[in-house]
Ligand binder design. Sequence first.
Ligand code: PLP
Length: 413
Amino acid sequence: MPLDVEKIRKDFPILGTTANGKPLVYLDSAATSQKPRQVINAVSKHYRKNNANIHRGVYKLAEEATSQYIKSKEQVAKFIGADSYRSIVYFRSTTEAINAVARAWGDVNVDKGDHILITEMEHHSNIVPWQMLAKRKGAILDYVKLSGSKFLDMEDYKSKLTSKPKMVAFAHVSNVLGTINDAATITKLAHEAGAAVLVDAAQAVPHMPVDVSEIDADFYTFSGHKMLGPTGVGVLYGNEEILEGMAPFHGGGDMIRTVDFQEATWNELPWKFEAGTQNIEGAIGFAAAIKYLKKLGMENVREHEKALTLYALERLEQAGVTIFGPGREDIEKRGGVISFAMKGAHAHDIAQVLDSEGIAIRSGHHCAMPLVTRILNEPAVPRMSFYIYNTRAEIDAVVAAFGKVKEVLRLSA
Ligand code: PLP
């Protein structure tokens, strides 16, 4: 069913505002999404009516806050096809979740001379924690190459699996190219080679239906703030058996069963990984975000973004800009993220001129410096990214603003 975008837009107070005197056109949802009033209200209601710390009080308010927090995890588990909330750990972000795995799993399972395999299209949050682990342990960090600067080169992947990596970590969807990787096949091949698998799904879960039981990765991570939720909640889904066998990442209150002067024992899953007071209102707001997305239907969300992306690719082609990532013919393998380049114009200048027209796009290396600077050979690229509230008219506004970019930068038409 097509999304009723006009109705959706009314739920987002910020979309009714202006930027630089023009109606706001928000095309940076890959960085963070806007929030509907349902999420804002859930957070505010928590503070107005239910605020208490969780797991700590026997009084009514604390019980209610605890129950809401657990419900949030139950909803997340269902949303991604996980069996139980026991496999859902909340961290601050995708970044923290990956760091947790690189530390808590990596320090125990990776030794000197072992290989860790990631790809050339990763976000820094799925590069640097593995670089740090490799340096700590004397391990070797390898990269799967890209073919045509668009897709993972599966032959290169298979050949690198022969080094028997301990960990294969990859993005489900690239935040620069928009490429949707075949997570289930990549995971299956990694498992056959004896590797554990982490999928960085920060750009996947907000935008399409996912089922972790089909993908079968050991770890699957994403961020609530990119899917209508508040900032400060990142999800680590982990295979329960593996999580059971892992030591905690952080130590402190709540993650313990007993503490003595020299020793401590750990709480059960998922609490073993959540030390100290958590982002309770964030979790509650996140639950409201998931409820909102479920009501829309993730198939419909994906179809909406696919149609917008197709339209944008066509308009950008007509405008004569260079587009990175899969083309229109590969729309099934492309999410709603479009990085591009305009001859003679620096990415920041383009973004600045668009900003003067009220259009928010991002420009830079998008926390993927190896991909942008080495593979795309650009110092920076402008990127627009879509979500449930974006319209064709907004894409038209971008293309119309290109005229102003050319005028301001004195580029030939
Ligand atoms: N991975 C990808 C593919 C991303 O696009 C992002 C954020 O842009 C991240 C990881 C990091 O997410 P967070 O900043 O929420 O930790």
